[in-house]
Structures are given as structure tokens and as C-alpha cells.
Design a protein around this ligand. Structure first.
Ligand code: TXA
Ligand code: MG
Length: 364
């Protein structure tokens, strides 16, 4: 399915938005920046267009897509109803990196978007270019992250081209994305907000916006387990074959090399990380270390990649996917990664690190 992919550069964003919007309105599939990661968008109402999105990504068809809207009021076009808790979350976090799973309005979007479920995931992105593009296109835009299935999500237009050049109609370059990790996906069940995927909006932020209106259920609590299971199929390329096999569902975000995550108090990390890196090097492997800024200068390996300070998990979130891609570019076949503290955006960061490591974790 080789085709020409138009590149709209950042210094001609205005023209790019107009041409990309016209492409979307005409049934095209176009990658665009959001505040989280780049998305690969297309008219959510067209089964043919949405089918091309799945094909370009190599994404399993049982994994539903998020519908992106330009304005909060457009939600009435795709969702059957919105309750008081959902309304409160929209008011607090839209536009922004929060996705709400809502009862779907029948026939509003292609059944491919919802993977046949009776719910639809919706968000209004905060990125100006994204909102303008969606508004101008006049379509609800279905958009998964603009990576090949199983690869780290793209945070720059060049990442999109690495994965999808010749497979999509165009890419709108809006520079680097801000958050660097995907949106938080939530579903309201009774008076509880279930976090199906941690992301750009933190649990602490959800709790404070909700006040006493609803509880935020912890991931892994019995009530949210089924919903998390449904959502964690995220781009898992092998999930179809063995959907319940542990570890398989973590195939997402993975670099090509084997990655292991070292978890423990900060003072114990350096010795453990260096020991593993040295062992792997002694076995002839090309070793990369994903390190916090505080330890980066002390490590010896084929590549030592600084992911930012432990005191600033926002920075680590912003650069993680680019660093994982760099591991591939440097030919690393063994990657040792340091854990980060799990509060705030650190929860989403650790979730992605765990997925990238495919469950390989060593506690020190
Ligand atoms: O930040 C983001 O959310 C980015 C940008 C482009 O907006 N998009 C993104 O899309 O990460 P994607 O397709 O890579 O992830 C969508 C997630 C998946 O975990 C999927 O299973 C979940 O949303 N999802 C979509 N529809 C759902 C539904 N009806 N019920 C439960 N989970 C759903
Ligand atoms: Mg994705």
C-alpha cells in the first residue's frame, strides 16, 4: 500500500492545517500533534477510512480508538448521555489529556472505532493546531497514536515518518508534543471513576477536581479489573492469539532490545543497574542504560541515555518515548532502566516503563 505522504512543516502550520483538514474531510488519514503524542486521524464516521488507520498501524481490530473533538459540546454527537460526574471531569480537564469512555450514540461513528462495544472513548485535545484541524475538518476524528503497533508512541513528526511514511496521506509537523505520554483514560461506573490507563491527568488531579462527587478507584481493585483488562489490549500485537497469557498484553511501547526495569530506593539503583549492564556486556550484548539525570554521569555502557531528574517526572515523561526509540537507533539489544517515583505523572511514566520492559522487573 505504498503511497505518497505529504509533509506539512512547522513553519507553514497555517497552510498545513487547512490542507490537512481538507484531506481529512475527503476521507484521508493524517497524523497531527496533540499535547500528549501524535495521533493518526481520520473521519470516525467512515468505516473505509477507519479501516485504513488500523491497516497503516498494523493494529488488532479488537482495540477501540479514541474519538477527538474540537469542542466539548460536540460530545452530544457521539455519546448517548453524559452524567454529572462525567460533566464535572469535562469541565475540569477539557481541552486536555483526559479521555472519557461514554455510552455510545448508536450509528454515530463506525463500529470499527468502538470495536463493536456499546461505549465510545472521547477527548478534546488541548493542542491548538489539533483543535483547529479537527474543527476545520468538520468530522469527529478517530485517532490512535501515530506509531506502528507495538512501537513507542511518536512525540515528534520524524517519529511518525519513521513508522508510517508511505502508509498515510500526510503528517502535520507541530514540533515536539508537551506531555509526552498518552491521555488518561477513565470510565465512570456508579459513583466511581475507574482509571483504565494512567496518563497526562494524574489521580491526584482527578481526586481534587471531583471533590466529594465520586471516588477514584485504584487500578487493580476488583471493580475496575475487567475494565482495565479491556483497555490494556492497547496495541498488543499478539493479544489475539493468547489474550489471557500474562505478559503478552504488555507488548506495547516496546523497544527492540530486551529491557529490564530496576525498582527500588534511589540509593540502591546505581550499583544494581551497573552490575546488570556489566554482566550483559560481558555476554557480548550492546547495552543501553535509561538513567535519571542524577546518576547518568556515573554509568558505563554502550549508550547512557539521560531521561531527566527524579525531581521532575514531567521531564522524564516528555522524553521517554524518544529515548526508547534512541535505544533502537543505537542498536541496543539489552536495556537497563531505572524506576522513577510513582506520584503525579510518575504513575503514568512507570506504567509505560513496565510495559516497555514486558514485565521484566528486578526489585533491589
Ligand atoms: O493521548 C492519547 O490518548 C493519544 C492521542 C493521539 O490522543 N491517543 C491514543 O490512542 O493513545 P490509542 O489508540 O493509542 O489508545 C487508546 C486507548 C486504548 O487503550 C484503548 O483500548 C482505549 O483507549 N479505548 C478506546 N475506546 C475504548 C472503549 N470504548 N472502552 C475502553 N477503552 C477504550
Ligand atoms: Mg497507542
Amino acid at each position: 500500500m505504498a503511497q505518497h505522504t505529504t509533509y506539512w512543516p512547522a513553519d507553514r502550520l497555517r497552510v498545513g492545517i487547512q490542507e490537512a483538514a481538507a484531506a481529512l474531510a475527503g476521507g484521508g488519514i493524517v497524523a497531527f500533534p496533540t499535547e500528549t503524542v501524535y495521533g493518526l486521524g481520520g473521519d470516525a464516521r467512515s468505516t473505509e477510512t477507519v479501516g485504513r488507520i488500523f491497516a497503516a498501524k498494523g493494529r488488532p481490530s479488537d482495540n477501540p480508538l479514541i474519538v477527538h473533538l474540537a469542542r466539548t459540546k460536540d460530545v452530544a454527537g457521539v455519546a448517548e448521555r453524559v452524567n454529572d460526574i462525567e460533566r464535572k471531569l469535562m469541565e475540569a480537564f477539557w481541552p486536555g489529556p483526559l479521555t472519557l469512555v461514554l455510552p455510545a450514540k448508536e450509528g454515530a461513528v463506525s463500529p470499527l472505532v468502538t470495536a463493536g462495544l456499546d461505549t465510545v472513548a472521547v477527548r478534546v485535545p488541548e493542542h491548538d493546531a489539533a483543535r483547529e484541524l479537527i474543527g476545520l475538518s468538520g468530522c469527529p476524528i478517530a485517532a490512535p497514536s501515530a506509531n506502528r503497533s507495538g512501537r513507542p508512541s511518536p512525540t515528534k513528526a520524524s517519529h511518525v515518518l519513521e513508522d508510517l511514511d508511505g502508509r498515510i496521506d500526510g503528517v502535520l509537523d507541530g514540533g515536539e508534543t508537551g506531555v509526552g505520554l498518552e491521555s488518561t483514560v477513565v470510565r465512570v461506573v456508579g459513583r466511581e471513576v475507574h482509571v483504565l490507563r494512567p496518563g497526562g491527568v494524574t489521580r491526584e488531579q482527578l481526586r481534587s477536581a471531583l471533590g466529594g462527587l465520586a471516588d477514584v478507584a485504584e487500578a487493580g481493585s476488583d471493580s475496575s479489573a475487567a475494565a482495565v483488562e479491556a483497555s490494556s489490549r492497547e496495541d498488543a500485537t499478539m493479544a489475539d492469539a493468547t489474550p489471557r497469557s500474562p505478559g503478552v498484553k504488555y507488548a506495547h511501547y516496546a523497544p527492540k532490545g530486551e529491557m529490564v526495569l530496576i525498582v527500588g530506593p534511589q540509593e540502591r539503583l546505581p550499583a544494581a543497574v551497573q552490575r546488570l549492564a556489566d554482566e550483559a556486556a560481558a555476554h557480548g550484548r550492546t547495552v543501553a542504560i535509561l538513567s535519571c539525570s542524577e546518576h547518568a554521569a556515573t554509568y558505563r555502557a554502550d549508550a547512557v541515555l539521560d531521561c531527566g531528574s527524579r525531581a521532575e517526572p514531567e521531564q522524564a515523561a516528555r522524553v521517554l518515548y524518544a529515548r526508547l526509540r534512541e535505544c533502537d537507533a543505537r542498536g541496543a539489544d539489552y536495556i537497563v532502566a531505572e524506576s522513577y517515583p510513582e506520584d503525579g505523572i510518575g504513575a503514568a511514566l512507570m506504567n509505560r516503563l513496565r510495559k516497555a520492559a514486558g514485565g521484566r522487573e528486578i526489585h533491589v
